[in-house]
Design a protein around this ligand. Structure first.
Ligand SMILES: N[C@@H](CCC[C@H](N)C(=O)O)C(=O)O
Length: 285
């Protein structure tokens, strides 16, 4: 099978984007893994599939597959921004505000005049079964407006991990320095911690000031990426609930900057950042 694709990136989090608006696409997890493979395929953190939505009033359906595992997942923030650029550049819509169905949420995506994209990521979710997180055998510690959990990481226990969902599961901890955080060692252990039945994305956040953090994320099904949009939202929400951050925060990931805004409570998290097309091509699968 010959497949046309577009390679895109948002703050260095990279994607293979496939247009399935004209023809349905039914790839296996192995084929998604192959597309994501940096040596035997194209190479990408995630594969994004653009489909027509079946919901009235919704423009598109947006499906996300992790490049490392080939598994379909619920949400991808940086991918959502690339999604907007893709559907606009290909002439699939001329709207500046686009409504998109994902596996479990409806997203509203807004193209700014400066070319950046703002995504309404919805409200953060703290209900543990919805994350999903099974706290059996663990006792939390209350800090500020949030519960922090201990997680076993083989060579010890990390005491203060915030657990929440931005549509997909996140475990966020504050570290002194992201440069020295054991992301490669603890990341995979946290990802596979049995208290997370669907695994988890592991965030390591350094608070620089009340409006600025540095962040590294070990992504479920992809390993450490240069940026993670939902990870940035989860980190800022956790930091605000901990009383460490203001309502608008610049997040510096290794691949670029995202700006996250959250007014607290049930309000929605807004994420703004870049979305860039890198190249187009065709691959045989
Ligand atoms: N890169 C992403 C998140 C992609 C999905 C994630 N690895 C998961 O399994 O939940 C982002 O920008 O949010």
């Amino acid at each position: 099978m010959q497949l046309r694709f577009t390679k895109m990136q948002g703050a260095g989090n990279d994607f293979v984007v496939l247009d399935a608006t004209q023809q349905p696409l039914d790839l296996t997890p192995e084929q998604y893994r192959q597309l994501g493979d940096r040596r035997f395929g194209i190479g990408a953190d995630q594969i994004l599939v653009v489909e027509k939505s079946r919901t009235p009033g919704v423009d598109f359906r947006y499906r996300i597959f992790n490049g490392g595992s080939g598994d379909e997942v619920e949400q991808c923030g940086n991918g959502a921004r690339c999604f907007v650029r893709f559907v606009r550049d290909r002439g699939l819509t001329d709207k500046k505000v686009i409504r998109v169905d994902t596996m479990n949420t409806l997203l509203e995506l807004r193209l700014q005049d400066d070319g950046r994209v703002t995504v309404d990521m919805g409200a953060p979710i703290f209900e543990l079964p919805q994350v999903p997180f099974d706290p059996q055998g663990l006792s939390p510690r209350r800090h500020g407006d949030i519960e922090l959990w201990p997680l076993d990481v083989g060579d010890g226990v990390i005491d203060d991990v915030a657990v929440l969902s931005m549509g997909n599961p996140h475990a966020v901890q504050v570290v002194d320095s992201v440069d020295h955080a054991p992301v490669e060692v603890h990341g995979p252990l946290i990802e596979a911690d049995p208290h997370f039945p669907r695994k988890v994305n592991a965030g390591f956040m350094q608070v620089v000031s009340r409006s600025h953090i540095r962040l590294r994320v070990y992504e479920r099904g992809a390993g450490e990426t240069l940026a993670c949009g939902t990870g940035a939202c989860a980190a800022v929400v956790a930091g605000i609930r901990l009383g460490l951050l203001d309502k608008r925060v610049d997040v510096d990931a290794r691949g670029g900057r995202l700006t996250i805004e959250w007014q607290g409570g049930d309000s929605h998290v807004l994420m703004t950042g870049p979305a860039v097309t890198v190249f187009e091509g065709e691959i045989s699968l």
